[in-house]
Design a protein around this ligand. Structure first.
Ligand SMILES: C[S@@+](CC[C@H](N)C(=O)[O-])C[C@H]1O[C@@H](n2cnc3c(N)ncnc32)[C@H](O)[C@@H]1O
Length: 292
């Protein structure tokens, strides 16, 4: 009986893939696929990265996140505060990020860092990737007239990092979250952007701070040199994985749903001046027609 059920499921799956080839994507990018790969290729990481607490990484209270949309697609405020906390403890911190979108992470870090660079797909590349018109129109929302932040455009997978001719103290990887892309971004960052005290943070290592995103973990482990895997951690309470140049003692967290901290969260909501709500759909159409 079980065999017949399995044969029917297999037939249905093959039928689905033949008639809807896009379904194959969900087979190949299933979390179980990456869980198995981690088990065979990176034994010891089946349960994810060891955990550190925010206070193991940042000694002072986290800075306040003041520019935040509270809309989808950005990092949770705690993750941005973590980046700010790290940057604020590095004298004259230089920050590089892959993946800008509205600009919330970089615009907040810029309050505490001395130099901020951010790299994102250009307009045509976002269109080619099939991003929605609304998402594309929101790109760079917070970065208008922010000449202090260097906005680079291009595909992080093929970007010429060497042309920057410099390294950074803190690098945030938050672009394409497919395993291969995370691994390539990570390798390129390691090749071109780090010095021996640099810190690297990856976003979306977990979903909801608790559930490891296996595809991203597989990409991180594939990109970081194996001899440095012992320097990788999950920062508890955030969706971030972190590479620390000096290894620290990991925390024991048996149950991922038992809190270890109490967070005080103050929420102020200030309506934006309607004149800053741009680009409007009309200006977006104009840019599209010009091919920008
Ligand atoms: C999750 S958003 C970044 C959010 C931002 N870091 C924040 O915290 O507010 C991901 C961004 O990565 C960009 N992106 C995706 N693939 C990319 C690639 N290959 N090269 C450069 N940027 C990429 C997308 O256009 C999108 O803007």
């Amino acid at each position: 009986m079980l065999l017949i059920k399995r044969a029917i499921s297999l037939f249905q799956a093959v039928w689905e893939v033949i008639w809807h080839p896009r379904s194959l994507y969900f087979v190949l990018h299933n979390e179980d696929v990456f869980r198995r790969r981690i088990r065979t290729e990176f034994p010891g990481f089946e349960k994810g990265l060891p955990v550190v607490f925010i206070e193991d990484v940042v000694s002072k209270p986290l800075p306040v996140v003041e520019t935040y949309s509270q809309l989808g697609g950005t990092s949770p405020a705690i993750d941005i505060a973590l980046l700010m906390g790290i940057a604020s403890e590095i004298p004259s911190c230089s920050y590089f990020e892959i993946g800008t979108w509205r600009g919330e992470s970089v615009v907040n870090v810029s309050r505490v860092a001395s130099a901020c660079y951010t790299l994102n797909l250009d307009h045509a590349q976002q269109v080619a990737k099939g991003y929605s018109r609304e998402a594309i129109a929101a790109a760079g929302f917070y970065l208008t007239n922010r000449n202090d932040i260097l906005r680079l455009t291009g595909d992080s997978q093929s970007f010429d990092y060497q042309s920057l001719g410099r390294t950074f103290d803190l690098v945030f990887i938050d672009g394409d979250h497919h395993a291969q892309a995370v691994a390539t971004d990570t390798r390129k960052v390691w090749c071109h952007l780090l010095h021996d005290r640099s810190i690297v943070v990856w976003h979306d290592y977990t979903r909801d701070q608790t559930e490891v995103f296996q595809e991203v973990l597989y990409g991180i482990l594939g990109g970081v040199p194996a001899r440095l895997h012992g320097h990788l951690y999950h920062v508890w309470g955030t969706n971030c994985a972190i590479y620390l140049p000096v290894a620290v003692e990991a925390r024991s967290t048996e149950n991922r749903f038992i809190p270890h901290h109490n967070f005080k969260i103050e929420i102020k909501h200030n309506p934006l001046d309607p004149s800053v709500l741009q680009p409007t759909p009309a200006s977006f159409e104009a840019r599209s027609e010009k091919g920008e």
